[in-house]
Design a protein around this ligand. Structure first.
Ligand SMILES: N[C@@H](CCC(=O)N[C@@H](CS)C(=O)NCC(=O)O)C(=O)O
Length: 215
């Protein structure tokens, strides 16, 4: 279904935007998308800063003008108004586990890949952290981040040896963040899934085949 009560400012190449696009696709929901060209500095324009002073995408804007930034907040809002299919768990226990695993995927996996690329890419010199302030790159941090990504894959492989999906028995937002992390690592820092992680590879093949993965 289409919901025109909100619109999403986002960017095609942004992995954070992709987390929300996959989430929408899993909900079978289409909302107006407003592209922000990060390559041309669209996030720094006066018009966009009025919407999101943090100068990052994605941002969800509601009919009354409320602007919601931060992927977990955006997907939580959409879940509340479009609860089916549930992607944050159904019972109190499931919801806690989904939150726990999604947060781990974001902090230990996604953020580590982001740190690796932002501290190394020549095009991001002086922009090691997205947002309103400029930060110099720290090459040693890029190296350490790769080790964090390696350890994240190791831990996720162990988890997926025990359960079919990241948070347990059902596909959830935790799978979405983990999937985007795996693709982001392969593309941005040339870190494909190691062959020995059989459980992780089995899960990756499964979730990548879902139509939402092409979002
Ligand atoms: N914590 C934010 C992070 C958003 C973020 O870092 N977005 C990146 C794109 S994936 C961005 O807008 N970068 C702008 C820049 O590099 O100047 C969220 O969850 O939405």
């Amino acid at each position: 279904m289409t919901d025109k009560t909100m619109k999403l400012y986002e960017s095609a190449g942004s992995p954070n935007s992709r987390r929300v696009r996959i989430f929408l696709a899993e909900k079978g929901l289409s909302i107006p998308l407003v592209p922000v060209d990060l390559g041309k500095g669209g996030q720094h324009s006066e018009a966009y800063r009025a919407i999101n002073p943090r100068r990052v995408v994605p941002t969800l804007v509601l009919e009354d003008g409320t602007a919601i930034g931060e992927v977990p907040a955006i997907v939580r809002y959409i879940e509340e108004i479009h609860p089916q299919p549930p992607l944050h768990g159904e019972t109190a226990k499931e919801r806690a586990l989904v939150t726990m695993w999604e947060r781990r995927a974001e902090l230990e996996g996604f953020a580590a890949v982001m740190e690796a690329i932002r501290n190394a890419a020549p095009g991001l010199k002086g922009r090691a952290i997205a947002g309103p302030y400029d930060y110099e790159q720290i090459p040693a941090l890029a190296e350490r981040s790769k080790l964090r990504v390696k350890n994240f894959f190791f831990d996720l492989d162990a988890r997926l040896g025990e359960v079919p999906f990241v948070a347990g028995e059902h596909y959830s937002i935790a799978d979405i963040t983990a999937l985007v992390t795996v693709d982001f690592a392969a593309k941005a820092i040339n870190f494909p899934l190691p062959d020995e992680h059989q459980a992780l590879k089995r899960w990756y093949e499964l979730v990548s085949k879902r139509p939402s993965a092409s979002a």
